[in-house]
Design a binder for this molecule. Structure first.
Ligand code: HEM
Length: 492
């Protein structure tokens, strides 16, 4: 039996001195999986229908009096043959950290949980995100991604700002009149798609009219078919959602034509990037293109498409006077510096607000890992015996509201990460599948673009305040109104 403390990652801080994990003997993990078929079915219905993910985890945590417990995770029934839904849920910062310890957990094929979409969705390649660092191909592809990001580090901010300008102009031209909101979702998706194509494929989508017009929608469809069985959607009434979206895996055939077009686009217009993968990192051509498409479509496009609406709506929906402070900071820094990564690194409040949105609404809410061997897992309060092969499932939205780490954890506190005390909290910010103070390497599974994501989000916020005196989001959060000083006075 391996004895270790996940909570060793929780190095002493001014805040956590009193939350040392229990040194007592391990106890049995509370919770049960219920009767065969019925237990998983009940948990599935609770998760998707009767309770929803937040309530699902919250109730079980309260019922067991523990942040670590056993439960089933959908999809489960009836056509997900061979998918074992039994997991150990981890809901506090201490136990969650076990998922970042490569000596404890194997990350093979657990990206979205016990269910893995057909390999056909990735052109027959097991792409990097499904590989464990112990598999040699992981290091090859991750080094390639890190290199690609490094090579494009100079172009990234200007390419992003170019696409952002097109997006904001499109949203503005859609605003019926001053003070009236316009939906930003489609222009935002086009913006993300075109800047990522230029930065990661080295190709402008306009090189292919079909990709320019529909590329982002092709990725949306491809993503949806892989993820739907694991997601609460809420756009069609129950029980239809359960029957139609959560009962069987979707076949790749529904999106194979689109995938082919995207593949051909990278093949034809991304030659330089593909050659780099082949020559420097020993990837075969199809392995390179399937990995580029996955990182572009799933990690980057998928990640930003979820995160940016959260970011815009959290800031645009604030009623505490935050936007005036962000505007003041952004404009003050931009008086002396051109907008870019260097400038936004001086915007402490903007950065802290971005971190706080990542804490409140982690864009990838679930992380998984399979125990490599028996080991003792520690939460803040107790020690638990985990058996080799058990699947650990960390639910970020709960861990990121751990009251032992974050004061007033359910409130949006934009300045939370400002100053020395604020920066000390960054080691508990886990959105990138690792602490914010960590560094993505070939030995771990932390997001390769972790720093780029934060810097790009800061660019978005700074550019909006450079451009507008103020903006506000409507209640749904997916439309915003730009406000100049005259309109601000009228709205108030
Ligand atoms: C808001 C945007 C993004 C979010 C929220 C995000 C989040 C994540 C998360 C949570 C993981 C870990 C997945 C797991 O193993 O459980 C991950 C991995 C990864 N991300 Fe990101 N990501 C984003 C953008 C990007 C971008 C722009 C890139 C471009 C290079 C990227 C590249 C990767 C790669 C290559 C991995 C796999 C790391 C590995 O296998 O070791 N991500 N990302």
């Amino acid at each position: 039996m391996m004895i270790t403390t996940a909570s060793m990652a929780l190095r002493p801080t001014l805040l956590l001195a009193s939350t040392a994990a229990s040194g007592g003997p391990p106890r049995a993990i509370p919770g049960s999986y219920g009767l065969p078929l019925l237990g998983p079915l009940k948990d599935r219905l609770d998760y998707f229908w009767f309770q929803g993910p937040d309530e699902f985890f919250r109730r079980r945590m309260a019922a067991h009096g523990s942040t670590v417990f056993r439960t089933n995770m959908p999809p489960t029934f009836p056509f997900f043959v061979g998918v074992d839904p039994r997991v150990v849920a981890l809901l506090d910062c201490a136990s969650f950290a076990a998922l970042f310890d490569a000596s404890l957990v194997d990350k093979r094929d657990v990206l979205i949980g016990p269910y893995t979409p057909s390999l056909a969705f990735t052109g027959g390649t097991r792409v990097a995100v499904y590989l464990d660092p112990s598999e040699p191909a992981h290091a090859r592809v991750k080094s390639f991604c890190l290199d690609l990001l490094r090579r494009n580090a100079r172009a990234w901010p200007s390419e992003f700002l170019r696409s952002l300008d097109a997006m904001l102009s499109a949203v503005e031209s859609d605003m019926p009149s001053a003070g009236k909101p316009a939906n930003f979702v489609l222009p935002l998706q086009k913006c993300i798609f075109s800047f990522l194509c230029r930065c990661m494929v080295g190709a402008d989508p306009s090189a292919d009219p079909t990709i320019a017009e529909f590329g982002f929608a092709m990725l949306d469809k491809w993503l949806a078919l892989q993820l739907l069985p694991t997601q609460k959607v809420g756009v069609i009434p129950q029980p239809l959602e359960e029957l139609l979206l959560h009962s069987f895996p979707f076949p790749f055939a529904l999106v194979s034509g689109d995938y082919r077009k995207l593949y051909d686009f990278v093949d034809k217009h991304g030659g330089e990037v593909v050659r780099l993968a082949e020559a420097e990192y020993g990837l075969k051509k199809d392995e390179a293109i399937n990995n580029i498409l996955f990182v572009l479509g799933f990690n980057a496009f998928g990640g930003f498409s979820v995160f940016f609406p959260f970011l815009i709506s959290s800031i645009g929906g604030d009623r505490s006077g935050l936007r005036a402070k962000l505007r003041e900071e952004a404009r003050r820094v931009l008086e002396a510096k051109e907008l870019g990564f260097e400038a936004v690194r001086e915007m402490e409040l903007v950065r802290s607000a971005v971190y706080e949105v990542l804490r409140m609404k982690p864009p990838v809410p679930l992380q998984y890992g399979r125990a490599r061997a028996d080991f003792v897992l520690r939460s803040h309060d107790a020690a638990f015996q985990v058996a080799k092969g058990e699947l650990l499932c960390g639910y970020q939205p709960a861990a990121m509201r751990d009251p032992r780490v974050f004061d007033d954890p359910d409130s949006f506190v934009p300045e939370r990460f400002v100053g020395e005390r604020g920066r000390a909290l960054l080691q508990y910010l886990y959105w990138s599948n690792g602490p914010e103070t960590g560094r993505p390497t070939t030995e771990n599974k932390q997001c390769a673009a972790k720093d780029y994501v934060v810097d790009t989000a800061c660019l978005l916020v700074a550019e909006m305040f450079r451009r507008y005196d103020d903006f506000q989001c409507d209640d749904g959060g997916l439309a915003f109104t730009k406000l100049d000083k005259a309109t601000m006075a009228q709205v108030k």
